[in-house]
Design a protein around this ligand. Structure first.
Ligand SMILES: [Zn+2]
Length: 653
């Protein structure tokens, strides 16, 4: 039988010995009193410098675990300076508080003054491992910090010497990283590439019209009143259409952002480009911005979709000025583990799903992009300009900015309504009621109406500045959006018209050909050639043909088949497993009233989009369409024989 008293006595003896050991390890009184407030501040800054660099390294090293794309693709390049800066500021602030406390109560001791700083340091490092749950990080940080603080306490003189000796070197290293990053000297972190020297044959100072390319991200043509939609979603576009040329059957080359934009910028089909799920646009083909810059244009890009239009994607090439990632205090905080997982955690919004890598906290709304662009234009003082705008407000989650108070159909009111909107991408739509789904579809129209309003203001502003008459304005969309057709939602999932049929409006300088409507089907791939043609600069490096053939006085263009492509799913969400793109790389050809789709498993579909715009009846098996099918297959083979891609690439990832 265990002697209880003896057990207690043994336990007390052990405790006594431990206390003696700790007492012996504690610094003597003279050392305690020399632990001054300035010393705590120094330790805090030293920790901030080390942890900032360590978090940066951890973030970069872990990226391949969740995202196989190279470099900073799909990340925010500003992390190179924001992560060290946030840590320095947070630790500096905490050190200041600790120093003030120590000043008020000099006998607080190392444990109270330094312990919380050590806890913060270990917590930050653990939070940088985004696969670790926040609660686990907190518990582990507490345990590590407890032991580390005791060791620091026992070897305080040596620790202080270490801090004193290495602080200047650490400060220099962090300053160099921040400075080089801000200066654009770190590969992959550069601001917009400098315009290439005259790569085209045009003159350096050719006076041409300004060029404004506005891409409405994720806007399908048939949800615009301009295209006959039942709701008045686009009164301003309709107003603009009376001053320009409307293309009723414009088609994007891809159902998602990056390849579609890359195609517009280079005049190339997606299969000719390096762009893929994990691949940015490489430098093989000259871009519209490079061409115009080489011809004396001031060039600038202003994008809302920073993930797939930012500099990291290669789309910034040729722009002398490029604004993508927001750099508000919240956005800068959001790039750090501490900011993202603790400080701003309660304000999570699903648009920040980025595979666990730090990205943007806010998305820039169209009003801000419009203001940024106009401020830049006014600074050009008459020099011809090329401005590219990507407006992101119709992309999911369909939530127009606060203050926009126009709503179609059901108006989201409750927290539950907002939650459905916010989490639309990840919701299993089969579990939602028809009313809930309808409320989301209504909100999509709200986003389009907001974009239309901003577009109206932008054009009016240009008019007021006296620039509209000398500007070629192109308004289009990079792709559409499925809203339940074929039981699909979102985009990058198929090549049906819901994702490929996009609006296209061209306003020529001096409003030439105002009010004209083109019903022939055209491809956005021809935009680059069109800009080269209308600006009259000559020496166009872009394949494709100018769309001017459709508005010329003697226009009777032969219909030309247009190609659309998608290789792999961009992002997985619940219930997206049945999307056609999951069956492999897809191709689609539109020729006249027919749209042909070749699925990844070889299955063919043929639709008569005049008689069946919703593409609900596949005609491919009917004997009477076999000659049409043969012709389209030949067209597809010819289109795919266009220039092969150059350089290393891996498409099927
Ligand atoms: Zn897009």
């Amino acid at each position: 039988m265990i002697d209880f008293q003896q057990t207690v006595r043994g336990w007390r003896l052990k405790k006594l010995r431990r206390d003696r050991r700790e007492l012996a390890m504690r610094p003597r009184l003279g050392q305690e009193t020399s632990f001054r407030p300035l010393c705590v501040l120094g330790i805090a800054l030293w920790l901030g410098l080390i942890i900032g660099l360590a978090e940066l390294v951890l973030t970069r090293v872990q990226k391949p675990l969740t995202d196989p794309s190279p470099g900073l693709f799909r990340m925010n390049r500003h992390i190179m300076w924001t992560i060290p800066t946030v840590n320095l500021v947070v630790f500096g602030f905490c050190g200041l508080v600790a120093a003030l406390m120590l000043r008020a109560r000099p006998r607080l001791g190392v444990r109270v003054a330094v312990g919380p700083l050590v806890f913060l340091a270990t917590l930050t490092l653990l939070l940088s491992c985004r696969w670790l749950h926040v609660l686990a990080c907190l518990v582990l940080a507490f345990l590590f910090a407890f032991r580390l603080t005791r060791r620091i306490e026992s070897g305080l003189p040596a620790f202080r010497r270490l801090v004193r000796r290495t602080l200047p070197a650490m400060a220099g290293l962090v300053a160099a990283v921040i400075g080089l990053s801000l200066g654009g000297q770190i590969p992959g972190v550069r601001q917009a590439a400098a315009p290439t020297p005259a790569v085209s044959a045009g003159g350096q100072d050719a006076p041409g019209p300004n060029v404004l390319l506005v891409v409405l991200d994720t806007v399908r043509a048939d949800h615009l009143s301009l295209h006959g939609y039942r709701r008045d979603t686009s009164p301003n576009l309709s107003r603009l259409a009376r001053r320009g040329i409307t293309f009723k059957q414009a088609r994007s080359t891809a159902p998602w952002t990056l390849p579609s934009h890359a195609s517009m910028m280079t005049g190339r089909w997606p299969h000719e480009l390096s762009t893929g799920i994990n691949h940015p646009l490489d430098g093989t083909h000259e871009t519209l911005a490079e061409y115009l810059a080489a011809n004396g244009y001031a060039t600038a890009g202003f994008v809302g979709n920073a993930t797939y239009c930012g500099i990291e994607t290669g789309l910034g090439r040729g722009f002398a000025h490029f604004e993508d990632h927001e750099l508000s205090v919240a956005d800068i905080l959001w790039t750090s583990a501490l900011g993202q997982r603790i400080l701003l955690q309660g304000m999570f919004r699903p648009e920040r799903r980025t595979g666990g890598t730090p990205n943007d906290y806010h998305r820039k709304d169209a009003a801000q992009i419009r203001r940024d662009m106009l401020a830049w234009v006014e600074g050009q003082k008459g020099r011809p300009f090329f401005a590219f705008l990507n407006l992101y407000d119709a992309h999911d989650p369909y939530m127009p900015p606060t203050g926009f108070d126009r709503h179609f159909g059901l108006r989201p009111r409750s927290a539950a309504d907002m939650s459905i909107l916010e989490r639309w991408f990840i919701h299993d739509k089969k579990k939602l009621t028809p009313e809930e789904i309808q409320s989301v579809l209504d909100a999509y129209d709200d986003g389009i109406a907001y974009l239309d309003e901003q577009l109206g203001e932008l054009v009016d502003d240009l008019d007021w500045l006296g620039l509209l008459a000398s500007t070629l304005v192109i308004v289009t969309a990079d792709h559409g959006e499925h809203l339940g057709e074929h039981q699909l939602y979102g985009h990058a999932s198929s090549l049906y018209d819901a994702e490929i049929h996009v609006p296209l409006l061209i306003l020529l300088p001096d409003e030439a050909h105002a009010g004209q409507v083109v019903t022939a089907q055209v491809s956005l791939r021809d935009l680059a050639a069109t800009v080269a043609d209308v600006t009259g600069l000559g020496g166009s490096p872009f394949p494709g043909r100018s769309l001017a053939r459709h508005w010329a006085a003697d226009a009777s263009p032969q219909p030309e088949p247009s190609l659309s492509e998608v290789d792999a799913p961009v992002m997985s969400a619940p219930n997206q497993g049945r999307s056609p793109v999951f069956r492999g790389p897809m191709k689609a050809v539109a020729a006249g009233k027919h749209v042909y789709v070749r699925n990844g498993d070889g299955q063919e579909e043929l639709f008569d989009v005049e008689a069946d715009p919703m593409q609900s009846r596949n005609l491919a098996g009917l004997p009477q369409v076999q000659s049409i099918l043969d012709q389209i297959r030949t067209d597809l083979d010819r289109l795919l024989q266009a220039e092969a891609p150059v350089g290393p690439r891996s498409r099927q990832d």
